[in-house]
Design a protein around this ligand. Structure first.
Ligand code: TXA
Ligand code: MG
Length: 357
């Protein structure tokens, strides 16, 4: 299949033409990748089971891993969900449009292909202009998981989408204005107590300010230990993973630096290529083939924005091992570490407090 790659520029009449063309593709049951404020999405008509099934094919995604339905107006929520509680409405009013996905009991109109066989539906109203325009111009609800091949890091740049999806989908809207860099926070509003199924830019603390009690799915909190079965099916798969073997090294700062340098040296002596993922402050301390900084250590938003691109860049450099520092978890950093730990397949080495202490 030939994939049309259309770039958004300052030429507004050309942009209009691009959204018209993409809308036509979606209305005809085709696939269009488009930017959102979190990551790129791979879109299809959410109410057309055949169109939605093409998403699973193009990504190589397991059919029990449901899609998120993207909307542009609050009324759309009532067309997709059979029950919208007062709490759910409050949450939508507080954070939509924005990086929040709500799980609600689904309406009969939503095919099970879109919901991975579940009786609930995931709904999100994105704030990115390209996403909003595509939903409005096409006049449909757009089912869209992240636009990566299944298992790979989510795409935050058009080049990532092109390398994963060219030849597999009808069209890519290229516009490198993805702001956040990590997928939306998912909150299950279908049960008694709201529960976070996936951490994201909107934190538990922000959610509690609106909702009061908010639970966190044990699969999110127990990720350092034995895994519980997550309620967001997508969270059970090996995910966000680069091809290289990724290990997180935690402990006191100097101990981490020493341990990473020691492991890197051993691997390089054995002929392997090694990458290190660090904060700007310490990236000069490492001896490895490729060293990448995500930003200043305290800048959690920069870490979120740069993490997936960095993992992909390590792959392009052909590194065999990646050793990563841990990153702070006060705000969106929680979601950063959630993705990093998954990408590492839970491999965490403790460097302790070091020899001098
Ligand atoms: O920011 C985002 O969420 C991006 C953009 C494109 O909107 N979307 C995204 O979708 O990253 P992705 O690839 O994460 O797939 C949807 C996630 C999966 O983890 C899936 O298991 C979960 O949402 N999900 C969807 N419907 C669900 C449901 N009914 N119950 C529980 N989890 C659900
Ligand atoms: Mg995904």
């Amino acid at each position: 299949m030939e994939t049309v790659i259309a770039r958004i520029t300052s030429d507004q009449s050309e942009n209009n033409r691009i959204y018209e063309q993409a809308s036509e593709v979606l209305r005809n049951g085709g696939l269009v990748a488009f930017p959102t404020e979190t990551v790129y999405g791979l879109g299809a008509n959410a109410l057309d089971a055949k169109a939605a099934s093409k998403i699973y094919q193009a990504k190589g995604r397991p059919s029990d891993n449901p899609l998120i339905v993207h909307i542009a107006d609050m009324q759309d929520l009532f067309r997709l969900a059979s029950e919208v509680s007062g709490q759910a409405l409050k949450l939508a009013e507080a954070f939509w449009p924005g990086p929040l996905t709500m799980i609600l009991k689904k309406n009969a109109a939503v095919p099970e292909t879109t919901t991975g066989g579940l009786d609930t539906v995931a709904v999100r109203m994105p704030s990115h202009q390209a996403a909003e325009r595509l939903i409005r111009t096409s006049g449909i609800y757009i089912a869209a998981p992240s636009a990566n091949l299944s298992g790979k890091p989510s795409p935050t740049k058009a080049s990532h989408v092109i390398s994963d999806m060219a030849g597999r989908i009808d069209m890519i809207i290229a516009d490198d204005t993805v702001e956040i860099g990590l997928e939306s926070t998912i909150v299950d509003m279908s049960g008694q107590v709201p529960a976070i199924l996936r951490p994201g830019f909107i934190t538990q603390q922000q959610l509690s300010q609106v909702l009061g009690e908010v639970a966190v799915d044990p699969a999110v909190t127990q990720e350092m230990g034995a895994a519980a079965v997550p309620r967001a099916p997508g969270m059970k798969y090996k995910h966000y993973a680069p091809e290289a073997e990724l290990v997180i090294v935690q402990g006191q700062e100097q101990a981490v630096v020493d341990r990473i340098n020691q492991m890197a040296e051993e691997k390089m002596a054995a002929g392997a290529k090694v990458g290190v993922l660090a904060a700007e402050e310490t990236c000069g301390c490492y001896k490895a083939d490729v060293v990448k900084a995500l930003g200043k250590r305290a800048d959690e938003a920069a870490a979120a924005k740069n993490l997936f691109a960095a993992l992909r860049e390590f792959d392009s450099c052909g590194v065999d091992y990646i050793y990563s520092e841990p990153f702070p978890t006060d705000n969106v950093g929680q979601a950063v570490m959630n993705r990093l730990i998954k990408a590492a397949g839970h491999t965490i080495v403790d460097a302790g407090i070091g020899e001098k202490a």
